[in-house]
Design a protein around this ligand. Structure first.
Ligand code: NFS
Length: 625
């Protein structure tokens, strides 16, 4: 049995785990213990439930019984099929999120969504121009409508490649074409992945994996990228600002509302409603001094990046945030929301509110939010939270007090502006070795790891080696709580980063947004490669998802690798039952796409291995190692 100290590296988490146990509340850690040991076949990826001649299991003992399923599929085929569907699930999540933003943009264009608008007109014009939509002196709404049409087209079957592929260096596009990896349409690749993995279709593991990569690329270069670019157009492109993180952002004397989930379409409206004077007055009338909106997980990142809203926590803090006893409402849309939050909310006065027809939770209060009725529904939700304040039991409130300052808002636009408008100064700093390389650390928490120990350990080890770290998603809160997201964080960095970040007044770890915003990192890599006249796989860059758990994280990892970015994972996906698939992921992909996965659970060792890649790439470019 692990001690509380082994469950999380944070004091706020440890205190709330203890409080939960005292109050008899079960969390992910207890449920993991009950689920351990896991099914060995499932861990290896060798169980198949794709038809009813089975379910089948392939034995890991070579040469014995059960080497093939009833249909004849061997371990390679079963593992590849399962992994392919896993990737399709992740790509579907990000991409459906992206589609929701196209619908809002189209609604704005048609005058159907009065609560939304175009906050970054320049970006609308820039993206429209980039994708061949005529701008000129046409009304903004017409341009927005045409842009929405082009992007809706990326989800279909009529294109040879998705629109943003023109951002990809020519050499990489050539590689994808030769391999049959060019993403043509988001829904098409996901549907084809399901088709290929139906009984009796793609029964050649490498072929299935190539299509898995194509599906992931449709996520990164279309679904997610659309999500990011349209969120910027509709809600504003992030610029650097200051905020705070940890459970200490909850306020004892205010109505606390947590926005949880992913899409800014809902959370931005909740924030706007919480600022309505009549609701603030109502909060005062029930004895609160105001309304405090804080974020959890990726929609928290969206609010943090654009509005500077404080971050209460990442994935494993979501259950614990309710245990503070100080949360009036958790308002969710979709993805990464533990269903257990309904039960935990029920142990307090907390209202658990769902807003998306795609993500209903038994026992939750549901407000169906559409782009057409968003503000009206958000107002009802915030009033419900205000009313709940009266039921708060002061004797059960315990808010850990440490509030950590952070800096946020590093969109590519903001980064380029900070270095003078072009990527050249950045490349110059990289060439002379002040910034030896760049690593994006992204993704989740997973109760199998000591919460955030690997996320933080890796970030610290990398900046010491003068490797600039970019963070998104749940690694944001981890890096923030570790003091890495403030300019003073350079004290923990090597001399080169100290000099460069110090002179710009920026942290050594830059917050670039939510998980769909990993598309920003892709775009930055493409820009650096284009400027240097090389392929993305020639750059001294890498990616990592240390404590990942979700299908989405796997899709991100795969689109990074397929884009030429070596990617570290803290533990492997369920593929080890197939030597062919494992070998392809950790070796073979290098020959095909110029990058591969590395699996390593020790932060120092992982940093070493990423550093080796970066050093080799620097030498390849003729730069000092
Ligand atoms: Ni991305 Fe991980 Fe979820 Fe966000 Fe957090 S768990 S894959 S980081 S909230 S999507």
């Amino acid at each position: 049995k692990r001690t509380v100290e082994e469950l999380s590296m944070w004091d706020d988490a440890r205190a709330m785990i203890k409080k939960a146990r005292t109050e008899g509340i079960e969390t992910a850690w207890e449920r993991l213990e009950q689920q351990t040991p896991h099914c060995k076949f499932c861990e290896l990826g060798t169980t198949c439930r794709n038809c009813t001649m089975g379910p089948c299991r392939i034995s890991p003992k070579k040469g014995g019984k059960m080497q093939r399923g009833v249909c004849g599929a061997d371990a390679d085929v079963v593992v590849a099929r399962n992994f392919g569907r896993f990737i399709a699930g992740g790509a579907a999540g990000h991409s459906d999120h992206g589609r929701d933003l196209i619908e809002v943009l189209a609604g704005v264009a048609e005058g159907q969504c009065p609560d939304y608008g175009i906050r970054d007109r320049d970006k609308l014009m820039r993206i429209a121009g980039e994708l061949g939509v005529e701008t000129g002196d046409r009304p903004d709404t017409e341009i927005a409508g045409d842009l929405a049409e082009v992007l809706f087209g990326d989800f279909g079957s009529r294109k040879a490649e998705v629109a943003f592929l023109q951002r990809v260096p020519a050499r990489r596009r050539e590689t994808w074409k030769e391999l049959g990896m060019t993403p043509r349409g988001v829904d098409r690749e996901i549907a084809e992945m399901m088709h290929r993995t139906h009984m009796g279709c793609d029964n050649d593991a490498p072929s299935t994996l190539i299509h898995a990569a194509r599906t992931a690329l449709a996520d990164g270069w279309a679904g997610s990228m659309i999500g990011t670019e349209l969120s910027d157009i509709i809600f504003g492109t992030p610029t650097p600002s200051k905020s705070t993180a940890s459970l200490g952002v909850l306020k004892k004397d205010q109505v606390n509302i947590l926005a949880h989930g992913h899409n800014p379409v809902v959370s931005e409206m909740i924030l706007a409603a919480a600022r309505l004077p009549e609701l603030v007055d109502r909060a005062r009338a029930v004895g609160a001094s105001g309304i405090n909106v804080c974020g959890l997980c990726c929609t928290g990142n969206e609010l943090l990046m654009r509005q500077g809203i404080p971050m209460a926590g990442n994935h494993l803090m979501t259950e614990l945030s309710i245990v503070t006893g100080a949360v009036e409402a958790v308002v969710v849309d979709y993805q990464c929301i533990m269903p257990s939050m309904v039960q935990i909310s029920g142990c307090y006065h907390t209202r658990f509110i769902t807003t998306s027809g795609k993500a209903r939770f038994t026992g939750a209060t549901h407000f169906d939010i559409h782009p057409e009725n968003a503000m009206e529904k958000a107002t009802e939700i915030v009033s419900m939270a205000v009313d709940a304040f009266a039921e708060r039991d002061a004797s059960r409130v315990d808010i850990p007090d440490a509030q950590v300052p952070i800096m946020t808002g590093f969109s590519n636009e903001a980064i380029l502006a900070a270095v003078g408008g072009t990527p050249d100064p950045l490349i110059e700093a990289m060439e002379r070795g002040a910034i030896r390389g760049v690593v994006g650390i992204v993704g989740c928490n997973n109760p199998k790891f000591t919460q955030d120990a690997l996320n933080v350990g890796l970030a610290k080890a990398l900046i010491k080696k003068d490797i600039l770290v970019l963070v998104t998603g749940c690694v944001t809160t981890a890096a923030g709580k570790a003091g890495l997201l403030v300019p003073e964080g350079i004290d923990m960095a090597g001399p080169g980063l100290k000099e460069v970040c110090g002179s710009l007044g920026i942290p050594p770890v830059l917050h670039m947004g939510s998980c769909v915003d990993n598309a920003r990192i892709l775009q930055l890599c493409a820009l650096l490669a284009e400027t240097c006249g090389v392929d993305i796989s020639d750059l001294p860059v890498a990616a990592s998802s240390p404590e990942w758990y979700s299908e989405k994280a796997a899709a991100i990892g795969l689109y990074a690798v397929a884009s030429g970015i070596e990617t570290h994972l803290g533990h492997p996906p369920n593929i080890l039952g197939s030597d062919t698939v494992t070998h392809l992921a950790t070796e073979g992909l290098e020959d095909l796409v110029g990058a591969r996965f590395i699996i390593e659970k020790d932060p120092e060792e992982a940093a070493e291995r990423l550093d080796r890649r970066i050093t080799a790439k620097r030498v390849g470019l003729g730069w000092t190692p």
